[in-house]
Design a binder for this molecule. Structure first.
Ligand code: BGC
Length: 367
């Protein structure tokens, strides 16, 4: 007992000592003029709550948990898809003296404006999930997004092959044209699909970007695609929200389950669509790992330390400059391994296995 208390006290002393030492580091100047050993604040701006369920249910939760565990104050806000609001939130965080700003941009132009202001105020910057083109953030944390697209392309190929589809017409519902990730996803899935179009195994059907990843707009776009091209036999949808929009239209036409649809994010809705047989696959990105990687960098900076974990690099295609990066590995999910997402704690059995899906859950080995 006594020994335990002593150990705890010693850890406490050590911790205090290391913070004080860090406070002496010149790199840690917050611009607030305090010049003391205080740990700085972190600001995080998430993009919206509609383009994917992840921003409302996953990222905010894992980021908050990581900052809380480190005892670092974090102001985490969501711009609700509004670019003006995004700037206003950033201005507020900058003037409140954050030491690190973490952003998921709504587009590269408005993202860059925020990064520029932060830099001018001596604030360190982290691009979270989406690279801000020509933005010059200090760090970038994301997944291997080309790989995400490759998994989607291969998933669709596997489902069409299992369906024994002959020269299927494939429609593509791409993400937002202003999201660099959407470009990378498309690069990935087209690297798989283009050779199939070229050798005549698949037929290239309609292909459209969905502005701002707007799910409602995706429904309208896909409805038009299907009206003008009744023989669509496969849909490459860039995330679960776009996939669900396509599935809703397919349902109206009694085609759900016959036309494989892809997705991304392993949302509860996407996983349920997979269990129901309406969605062919999704891509699971362990958001906890992404949030942990970003907060690890932010926490180090907030404590005046030089982060060491961003060992990779990504070249910004516009500025041609390298950005120190952490890129994580995505995983393909089909009915056969939906249970992995539950086992990883990303969704719970209760959320997923509601009455309509109870039987499918049992069949999928989720118990
Ligand atoms: C993210 C995806 C998300 C999409 C829409 C992308 O930048 O990587 O996970 O589905 O934005 O929010």
């Amino acid at each position: 007992m006594r020994k335990g208390m002593f150990a705890l006290a010693a850890v406490g002393l050590l911790a205090t000592g290391s913070i004080a030492a860090c406070g002496d580091n010149d790199d840690s100047d917050t611009g607030s003029g305090s010049g003391t050993s205080a740990t700085g604040k972190v600001g995080v701006i998430l993009p919206d709550t509609k383009s994917s369920a992840r921003w409302a249910t996953a990222d905010v939760k894992y980021l908050k948990a990581a900052f809380d565990a480190a005892g670092v104050t974090a102001d985490i806000q969501n711009a609700q898809g509004d670019k003006t609001q995004f700037q206003t939130i950033a201005d507020g965080m900058i003037s409140s003296g954050v030491k690190v700003l973490v952003i998921v941009n709504l587009d590269s132009g408005t993202g860059k404006a925020v990064l520029d202001k932060a830099k001018a105020a001596g604030i360190a910057t982290i691009d979270y999930d989406r690279l801000t083109l020509n933005g010059g953030a200090d760090y970038y944390v994301s997944f291997d997004n080309v790989k995400v697209g490759e998994l989607q392309g291969q998933g669709l190929v596997d489902c069409l092959t299992a369906n024994k589809a002959v020269k299927p017409v494939v429609a593509e519902l791409n993400g937002s044209p202003t999201d660099n990730n959407a470009t990378l996803f498309a690069q990935g899935y087209n690297s798989v699909l283009d050779p199939k179009y070229a050798d005549g195994t698949f037929v290239k059907g309609p292909n459209q970007d969905v502005p701002d990843w707007d799910n409602a707009q995706a429904g309208t776009i896909f409805e038009q695609m299907l009206t003008s091209n009744k023989s669509i036999k496969g849909v490459l949808a860039a995330n679960d929200g776009l996939g669900n929009a396509a599935i809703s239209v397919l349902k109206k036409n009694k085609l759900n389950g016959q036309v494989p649809v892809t997705g991304q994010d392993a949302t509860v809705q996407g996983l349920q669509n997979i269990l129901a047989g309406d969605q062919c696959m999704t891509v699971y990105k362990a958001i906890k790992k992404e949030a942990d990687a970003a907060s690890e960098l932010a926490i180090a900076i907030a404590k005046g330390q030089k982060p060491t974990s961003a060992t990779g690099k990504v070249t910004d295609p516009e500025s041609k400059k390298d950005v120190a990066s952490v890129l994580l590995t995505p995983q393909s999910i089909t009915k056969a391994n939906v249970k992995d997402v539950v086992a990883d704690g990303f969704v719970t059995k209760d959320e997923l296995c509601t009455a309509d899906f109870a039987k499918a859950c049992t069949e999928a080995g989720i118990s």
